[in-house]
Design a protein. Structure first.
Length: 139
């Protein structure tokens, strides 16, 4: 079984761990909506370059039956990022990030309930402890 996802998960964890502190510093003088726009513009440019490098085009997916899922995800991502950046601009990283991080536990529950992923005692306890950790960190 290919476990490359574990390395990629670790890279994502390390990279994303630096996002909130960098944003907090930047938004001392840059409005949160502007910061969302600028950071996502950088992301789009980098992703566009990656697609060109890989010789891929998103055009074939513009009529794909799963496109509504992508559009819905895009809307939710925009709302979530705008709220997250604004929350970081207004509040402490040590409170905002754990609350935001609850998406991990909620996404796991959705995966179990809606996508029929397995629920083990260990996963269940992990979800409970994740929620408990957020509550303790946010008080």
């Amino acid at each position: 079984m290919n476990r490359g996802y574990l390395l990629l998960s670790f890279v994502a964890f390390v990279a994303y761990s630096l996002v909130a502190p960098l944003l907090k510093v930047a938004m001392e003088t840059i409005p949160s909506t502007t910061a969302v726009f600028m950071s996502n513009t950088v992301m789009l440019v980098l992703l566009g370059g990656l697609l060109v490098y890989q010789g891929r085009s998103p055009h074939q997916y513009l009529s794909h039956p799963k496109l509504p899922h992508i559009v819905g995800w895009g809307v939710l991502l925009a709302v979530g990022l705008l709220a997250y950046y604004r929350a970081l601009a207004l509040g402490p990283v040590s409170v905002v990030v754990p609350i935001y991080g609850l998406f991990i536990a909620v996404s796991s529950v959705i995966g179990i309930l809606a996508l029929e992923e397995s629920l083990t005692l260990r996963k269940g306890l992990g979800i409970v402890f994740a929620v408990l950790a957020v509550v303790l960190m946010s008080l």
